[in-house]
Ligand binder design. Structure first.
Ligand code: 5AD
Ligand code: SF4
Length: 442
């Protein structure tokens, strides 16, 4: 059997796409392997969100060349493939396949062609494509990524995603529920619903509130998460569904991007600082104890010191449990690159802002986390910890990471833990009770 190795960069949507690609190729007779050495097919599933992400992939493509046999097929898939298309074939002579996010249905034929020596590019969009008939080969044994929406109809001025992933479209609710049932049947109890602006989900009949209610009540499902929502799509219906469905976890990753209304306008985020804070307030009121995480960009063209201070003050006001922070990276073809050059924030200023932002986020979460020591939480054992012997990485419903002692036999189990220590961002915990009590017979 020929073998295939897939390496994934970027967001969870890419992880999910890699699972679909592996599933498709496995069905066509390829055997998935975990190392590139000697693989007949190597696919690199790429991200284009920031220049740094692309540079990493370019470097990795060079490295992977050394793992190729003379007849190995090397393919680049995902957002960078979509963005660069033919340029990738020109720049990297050892790459023979370039396939964008809507082209994975043709992978078996494209790979066959490449094994006969052809070079091919598939970057057309297909607005009907959800890969419904694919059986994903999931990497994770504890939680399942379920794509519910592809593409994006917002036009944030910094963002390449509408270019690389095309227009927004949603899967039918029935299909998402079917996949959730299959996930439960395979022994998992947590699902993460994925979409670029996942709460704008609509299949023509059902909205995201309906979807949360339907997925959240599939028998055997114990945790439902979703990522990433847009603040403008948090209707009262969605918030009510979150509050009322017990399986939906008390955590929202709510990208803020900036705390300055003027910056938000130039980013075309379609909300103001006040609008964002109001959204936070509505969520907090409906879901006691909910934790919030966010994405923030610093150094967007024209950002002044005062506007950056507004971001810091919004961070303090909300009290995010965590934040992913980025320096603005200009992406070819996006509206932000057409803003006047004199608005460019110097690199040194941007990195200093990033540092201050990171410090602010850390200080806030450290304070909050210290206050949680001694409290008890339900955690799900997600995997073995990367560092530390016989330690497990577990998560609370509100997305805190807790390291607890244990072995791989405990993967997928729910435990009650008491938080015993914190590094500031993650916790260590002691198991209070090995397992939840079994339901009574009868
Ligand atoms: N530069 C920096 N950060 C970006 N993001 C998206 N586009 C860019 C860019 N051009 C960030 C946003 C988004 C996250 C996934 O990546 O914060 O929410
Ligand atoms: Fe990267 Fe965005 Fe593509 Fe995900 S959708 S891989 S974050 S560019």
């Amino acid at each position: 059997m020929p073998t295939v190795y897939v390496e994934t960069y970027g967001c969870q949507m890419n992880v999910s796409d890699s699972e679909l690609m592996l599933g498709k190729l496995a069905a066509a007779g390829y055997s998935p392997v975990e190392q590139p050495d000697g693989a007949d097919v190597i696919l690199v599933n790429t991200c284009a969100i920031r220049d740094h992400a692309e540079q990493r992939v370019i470097g990795r493509l060079g490295e992977l060349k050394r793992h190729m046999k003379s007849d190995t097929v090397m393919g680049v898939t995902g957002c960078m493939a979509q963005r660069l298309g033919p340029q990738l074939l020109e720049k990297a002579r050892h790459v023979s396949l370039v396939v964008g996010p809507d082209g994975y249905r043709a992978l078996p034929q494209l790979v066959e062609g490449a094994r006969r020596g052809e070079r091919a590019i598939e970057t057309s969009f297909d607005l009907e494509e959800h890969y419904e008939d694919f059986t994903p080969r999931r990497f994770d044994k504890v939680k399942a990524w379920i794509p519910v929406q592809r593409g994006c109809d917002y036009r944030c001025t910094y963002c390449i995603v509408p270019t690389t992933r095309g227009a927004e479209r949603s899967r039918r609710l029935e299909e998402v529920v079917r996949e959730t049932r299959e996930v439960v049947a395979s022994g998992m109890s947590e699902v993460v619903l994925l979409g670029q602006t996942v709460n704008s989900y609509t299949d023509g009949t059902h909205d995201f509130a309906d979807l949360l209610r339907a997925v959240g009540t599939v028998p055997g499902i114990r945790r439902v998460r979703y990522t990433s929502p847009h603040p403008n799509d948090f209707s009262d219906r969605v918030i009510a569904a979150m509050a009322e469905v017990p399986t939906v976890c008390e955590h929202v990753h709510l990208p803020m991007q900036s705390g300055s209304s003027r910056m938000l306008k130039r980013m075309l985020r379609r909300y103001t600082r006040e609008g964002y804070l109001d959204c936070v307030e509505r969520i907090r009121r409906a879901i006691p104890g909910v934790s919030l995480t966010t994405d923030i960009i610093v150094g967007f063209p024209g950002e002044t010191d005062e506007e950056f201070e507004e971001t810091l003050s919004a961070v303090r006001e909300v009290g995010f449990a965590d934040a992913y922070t980025f320096i603005f990276s200009p992406r070819d073809g996006t509206p932000a690159t057409r803003m006047p050059a004199e608005l460019t924030v110097p690199a040194a200023v941007a990195s200093e802002r990033l540092q201050r932002l990171v410090e602010t986020v850390r200080t806030m979460s450290r304070q909050r986390n210290m206050g949680l020591l001694g409290t008890r939480h339900e955690v799900l054992v997600e995997r073995e910890a990367k560092r530390g012997e016989a330690m497990l990485m577990t998560r609370t419903r509100d997305f805190k990471t807790v390291l607890v002692p244990g072995d791989s036999a405990m993967l997928g189990q729910y435990l009650t833990v008491e938080l015993t220590g914190t590094t500031g961002s993650t916790f260590t915990g002691a198991v209070v009770r090995e397992r939840q009590p079994l339901p009574m017979a009868g």
